[in-house]
Design a protein around this ligand. Sequence first.
Ligand SMILES: [Zn+2]
Length: 326
Amino acid sequence: MINLQKVVRNQVEYRTDPLTSEQTRINPDRAKRVKQAESRVQLQEIINHSRNQCIFCPERIDTITPDFPTQICPTGKIRRGETVIFPNLYPFAENHAVGVITSQHFLDVDQFTDELLTDNLMASLDYVRTVNSQYRQAVYPAYIWNYMPPSAGSIIHPHVQIMVETEPISRVKKYLQKSENYFNQYQENYWKILIEEEKRLGQRYIGGTDTLSLIASFAPRGLNEVQFIFHGINCLSDLTQKQVDDFVRCLRNILKGYKQLEVGALNLVAYSGPMNQEQDYYWLNMKLISRPFPKGIYTNDTGPMERLYDVWVIDTLPESLPGLLD
Ligand SMILES: [Zn+2]
């Protein structure tokens, strides 16, 4: 039983998240509003300007970025293909690492290859498993990609954040609790039922494989929000090679679609359950959202409604996303 509730008032769709009951307000007309502060600084200028001093570029990364202690990595940095992982100098989490994705200072959203994305995720999983083997209480991994500054990424050079914490992030805790409540009430896995229901409705189901489903969220918290739901596993560290391959292929296709939508910044986050614990009520899932295009001064996509009222005002329709891959 999935309750996809919406009411329309003043041309605004008030939608309720079927798991958390949180509210999103959607009005696609808002995408047409005048944004007076848009400046004319070109993206290429930002890229060129930042390259000279970039600490993630190959000529500086080895000398400037810190090393792990030997029990985490005997060679100081975890490497796989072009990915290089090292500790975050400015952490906001326990066991907080940075994973540079490519040796190129800049790649456009549609230029990330399967190899780059696979190496990055696999190396990140190595880091997560190693941390957990050293600190058994660190069981909550997170994988975050902030692409370009409007996403809150401070460095242009493509990189991810990886963390392994003793407590779940509050949103993960909420997802776990709500999923468990759902299971207790209906004796079914919420995520499995959500996929079945979205497939049946055919309005927001984007596609997938036998190990992974992609859905445009009914009540999104971001523009062009896509949910990746991994069948049958609850933790990042449980990802199989097949699931990583499927995820990377689907992600690359969505990024190609984002390019068609002229997306120039994005966030991807994983909502992972705890490591080493069997749970039949939760499935690992991720969310991908687009952010404003990087161009000097721009109109932000989150303001007081999101930051201070915890209400999400969205100007892209979830039902338009399945067409992205056509
Ligand atoms: Zn760089």
